[in-house]
Design a protein around this ligand. Structure first.
Ligand code: NAP
Length: 254
């Protein structure tokens, strides 16, 4: 039985993860964390408002669906307290990820930072990286609900990083291109562009559009419901307890 803490359990992702853990006979929901919670416990599970009160708490895994502002600090705290982190919160810098990987290795604890837990999104990233070898001209368009705090999405950044590893670096677009309204061409990453769309009604979606002489390829993934992330979170929880180092990306555990 794996004892799980959920940070951000009142949020959209955290509450879905809480239900998933409660429904899995191999997992025990051990504690819930949210700075604004008013409950002292829910269904017999203790609720903490300050993570500092949890030092010494008995658990195996810290699931984090909080906000980009707290994710690094929370993940560090989990590792320091012996809980393997499974983090869906986005917004980490590459330096922060490197530091957390090093800390996990020092503590001999597994862990996962996954910008996207949907299997379809992992496939999209893989297919996009494959296509970029042959189609080096591309643009990424990510589309999310209008409450999302960070832009571009963690998935778009991870996709861009994977593409950059295989794509011959080049600046796209006309050399004398001019933006008549600032930001019109989106964010620049290694010479290609990333666009962020925020609209009510959306969950999490991404397209990678490739263009070449006389042809185009579009790869798209849609998460219509947050349930799409839960098999990945479940797999993450069950895998990190067997490992001794944190990984960045669910694909490393598949
Ligand atoms: P959300 O609904 O705003 O949930 C975040 C929750 O965390 C809120 O209830 C928030 O409380 C709480 N919170 C804030 N600071 C906290 C802290 N220090 N400790 C504990 N809880 C804290 O957002 P969401 O849609 O669930 O998304 C959460 C994160 O997951 C975002 O970074 C999002 O990009 C990411 N995400 C990842 C995936 C993936 O597959 N990896 C998929 C979807 C979303 P207040 O509202 O009271 O501040």
């Amino acid at each position: 039985m794996i004892k799980v803490i959920i940070a951000g359990f009142k949020g959209k992702m955290g509450s879905t993860a809480m239900q998933m853990v409660q429904e899995d006979a191999d997992l025990i929901l051990s504690a819930l964390v949210d700075p604004f919670a008013t409950e002292k416990e829910i269904d017999g599970v203790p609720v903490f408002t300050a993570k500092e009160d949890m030092v010494g708490f008995e658990a195996d895994v810290w699931v984090d669906f909080t906000t980009p502002k707290f994710a690094y600090e929370n993940t560090r705290f989990a590792l320091e307290n012996g809980w393997a982190p499974v983090v869906g919160t986005t917004g980490f810098t590459p330096e922060e990820i490197d530091e957390l990987v090093a800390l996990s290795a020092q503590k001999k604890l597994g862990g996962l930072i996954a910008p996207n837990f949907a299997i379809g999104a992992i496939l999209l990233m893989e297919f996009a990286a494959k296509a970029a070898k042959y189609f080096p001209n591309l643009e990424i368009i990510e589309l999310h609900h209008d409450k999302k705090k960070d832009a571009p999405s963690g998935t778009a950044i991870k996709t861009a990083e994977l593409i950059s590893k295989v794509r011959a670096s080049q600046i796209q677009g006309a050399a004398d291109e001019e933006e008549l309204i600032a930001g019109a061409r989106g964010a620049e990453f290694d010479g290609f562009r990333i666009h962020s769309v925020r609209l009510p009604g959306l969950v999490a979606h991404q397209e990678v559009i490739f263009g070449a002489q006389g042809e185009g390829v579009t790869i798209r993934h849609d998460s219509y419901d947050r349930v799409s992330f839960m098999s990945g979170v479940n797999l993450g929880i069950k895998e990190v307890v067997k490992r001794e180092q944190l990984v960045y990306g669910l694909e490393h555990l598949l």
